[in-house]
Design a protein around this ligand. Structure first.
Ligand SMILES: C[S@@+](CC[C@H](N)C(=O)[O-])C[C@H]1O[C@@H](n2cnc3c(N)ncnc32)[C@H](O)[C@@H]1O
Length: 266
């Protein structure tokens, strides 16, 4: 059986139960720098995904890069349950999922210089003016990501919201040698994440970019930037907003048809 969402296969294959992994961190330790060698039982570059939703990118990356460890979190327990089940069934011993907000993860759990990559796909734009202070991408958040990344560490980000993107492309280069990317991801031409696939099926444009940590920005300078740069206060109107409200009314992994999940391989 092949699992799909919106007609696109979920990466990997379900293995016999004897080969399943345990990928859930059910109880996060008290805040403090996570020690990856204790969590994964080895030393390997660590890839962090924030607001991972159903974990599609982390599954893909963990399968393609068994020599990297992966730590992914989301606010919502229900999406972490989907992600964990799939990673378990695929025997991904190089993955851990946890329920935790991204601000706390980068601000309090990632030790300085401890992470090789941070990925953020489709951060919620929080369109209601009363909620815009919940937007994740702020100068302080970027300073925390900068601190957590090792030298040459990579930050990857994408959104379908052009107004959020205008903000991101204005502030991100202050911390990272940032470049905008054209065209689909080579490792996932149909989309790295659930939201990317959904947005593209609605004809929305995807804005993406990545950049390595700027070495000329010291931790103190990053904190000073965090104080000086503006917060994300944009207003947004357009079809991308309609998709957000549609999504917020739906379950968190609805798909166009629920039976799309287990479709026989053709
Ligand atoms: C639009 S969805 C994108 C999910 C996934 N990254 C994707 O591209 O399919 C936004 C996700 O961010 C999560 N989220 C929102 N605010 C968050 C926060 N402060 N920390 C962690 N996750 C957050 C939501 O629960 C949701 O799963």
């Amino acid at each position: 059986m092949l699992e799909t969402e919106f007609g696109v296969p979920i990466p990997g294959e379900i293995l016999p139960e004897s080969q399943w992994a345990k990928t859930a961190i059910k109880r996060m330790p008290l805040p403090g720098g996570l020690v990856w060698s204790e969590i994964f039982g080895r030393t390997a570059p660590v890839v962090v995904e924030l607001g991972c939703g159903n974990g599609r990118f982390t599954l893909l990356s963990a399968i393609r890069r068994p020599d990297h460890d992966h730590f992914a979190t989301d606010l919502l327990p229900v999406v972490i349950r989907y992600a964990t089940r799939r990673a378990n069934q695929r025997g991904l011993h190089n993955v851990r999922f946890a329920v935790k907000d991204a601000e706390t993860v980068v601000g309090r759990y990632l030790a300085p210089g401890s992470v090789a990559e941070v990925h953020l796909y489709h951060p919620q734009p929080y369109l209601d003016p009363r909620m815009i202070n919940r937007r994740l991408v702020t100068p302080r958040f970027l300073a925390d990501v900068h601190r957590a990344l090792r030298s040459e560490g990579l930050f990857a980000i994408q959104t379908d919201n052009p107004d959020y993107w205008d903000y991101i492309r204005a502030v991100t280069p202050e911390f990272f040698a940032f470049r905008e990317l054209d065209g689909p991801w080579p490792d996932a031409p149909e989309g790295r994440s659930r939201r990317e696939i959904l947005s593209r099926s609605h004809g929305l444009r995807i804005f993406r970019g990545e950049g390595v940590r700027r070495e000329d920005v010291t931790p103190d300078a990053a904190l000073a930037l965090a104080e000086r740069l503006p917060p994300p206060r944009f207003l947004s109107r357009g079809p991308w907003c309609e998709l957000d409200s549609l999504e917020s009314r739906n379950e968190h992994e609805p798909g166009p048809r629920r039976d799309d999940r287990h479709r026989p391989r053709r």
